[in-house]
Every structure is written in C-alpha cells, then in structure tokens.
Design a protein around this ligand. Structure first.
Ligand code: SAH
Length: 213
C-alpha cells in the first residue's frame, strides 16, 4: 500500500523529527497518512497539530508524537516484526500507521461504534491487512497469538498479565502503565525472560478492564 504524502503530513513529520523521532520509515508513513480522515469535520483544521483530539465516547486520537514514538519502539527489534496486536483501535489512526509497516495487524476495541468507523476508514485507505475485533483487549487475542509486537494505546493501571504471554520469541510489548502518572514501558521477550524498560512519561485515556459498554 502506498499513499501519497501531503504537504501538511510532511510538515507534521518534520516537526516530529525535530522532537526526536529518528526512524525514517515511521516519518514517511506519518507524512502520507491523512490524519484529517480520523477526526470529525469540526476538528479537521487541527488534524495536523501535534496534539491529542477528542473522537467522541470520551476517547481521544493519540498525539502524533506518541504514535510515532511507540511505532518506532515497536520496530526496534532484533528481527523484522511481521504481526502486531493493537489494543484500543479508537479512531484507527495508529492502526493505519501500523498497517503500512507490518504485514498483518490485529486490533481490538471495546466500543463498537468506534470500531465500525475505524473499519470504514481502513477500507477508504485500501488497507486490507487489518483484522478487527470488538471486545476486551485486556485479555489480548489468544487465538491469533503469538505476535511479534503488541501495542496498547490506553493506559493500564497495572501491566495486563496476559499480554507478554502472547508475544513471540523476540517480541516486544509497548504499553503505558499507571493512572495519574503514566510511564511508557517496553517489555521484551528475551527467550522467555521479560525485560522491562521505562521510556518516558505519557498521557492516555484509561484501559478499561472487564465488561463491554
Ligand atoms: N490509538 C487510538 C487511541 C484511542 S484512545 C487513536 O489514536 O485513535 C484508546 C482506545 O482504547 C479507546 O477507543 C477505548 O475505547 C479503547 N479501550 C479502552 N479499554 C479497552 C479495552 N479493555 N479493550 C479494548 N479497547 C479498549
């Protein structure tokens, strides 16, 4: 899939490079993904600002810097990662970025209306390597495991224990952990041993455990 980069997308990518994003594949995909497609008409004029924006249902489209940072961390592995699990589809913006960098993307969202909308956007962009599920991502997606990478785009009060178990041998999980103060963490599967690294502080809506709304 090859979407053409836009002037505003290119400007956003340049800003993120200044903020410290180094992976040129990530920057290229940011430049070519129309973020305006993932927000409401009323917020379209802010689509290329480096900020999170409301997407309804009390949820937000993540800040572009955070999307880029997490994606960069997911690609920083010993082996080329092919499959990825995303928890918290939301607007589908992060999903669309991942779909252009990974062979297969699996994404779980607990709010059906958001999932439907995100699915439509994937079709609009001709991104057909994404499988979506409506459900509680706290449990991961066991029947599709193992994944080379897992990303959680909502903050877990504490580390969801089932997720590291769904990583492949060299896999990496990137997850914000905490409530008021949240730390972005990488959990690496080093031959069955879990190595945890804290990267930086972030701000996400909470990962809600349990029943669907
Ligand atoms: N990456 C998304 C972020 C959306 S906000 C974007 O940029 O648009 C986080 C999303 O996680 C919300 O859509 C919320 O409904 C979802 N979420 C929260 N808890 C969840 C859970 N347990 N399982 C699946 N999705 C969850």
């Amino acid at each position: 899939m090859n979407i053409k980069s836009t002037r505003k997308g290119t400007q956003l990518a340049a800003l993120l490079a200044k903020e410290g994003i180094k992976n040129t594949r990530v920057l290229d995909v940011i430049a070519s993904t129309p973020r305006e497609l993932f927000v409401s008409d009323a917020l379209r004029h802010k689509a290329y600002e480096n900020t999170a924006l409301p997407i309804g249902q009390g949820q937000t489209i993540s800040q572009p810097y955070t999307v880029a940072k997490m994606t960069e961390l997911l690609l920083e592995q010993d082996i080329q990662p092919n499959t990825i699990l995303e928890i918290g589809t939301g607007s589908g913006y992060q999903t669309a970025i991942l779909a252009q960098l990974f062979k297969s993307v699996f994404s779980v969202e607990r709010i059906k209306a958001l999932q439907f909308q995100a699915k439509r956007r994937m079709n609009q962009l001709d991104l057909h390597n994404v499988k979506m599920k409506h459900g509680d991502g706290w449990q991961g997606w066991q029947s599709k495991a193992p994944f080379d990478a897992i990303i959680v785009t909502a903050a877990a009060a504490n580390l969801p224990e089932s997720l590291p178990l769904q990583l492949s041998k060299h896999g990496r999980l990137v997850v914000p952990v905490g409530e008021k103060t949240q730390a972005l963490k990488c959990i690496d599967n080093k031959q069955g041993e879990w190595v945890q690294t804290a990267i930086e502080n972030v701000k996400f809506v909470p990962l809600i455990a349990g029943a669907l709304s």
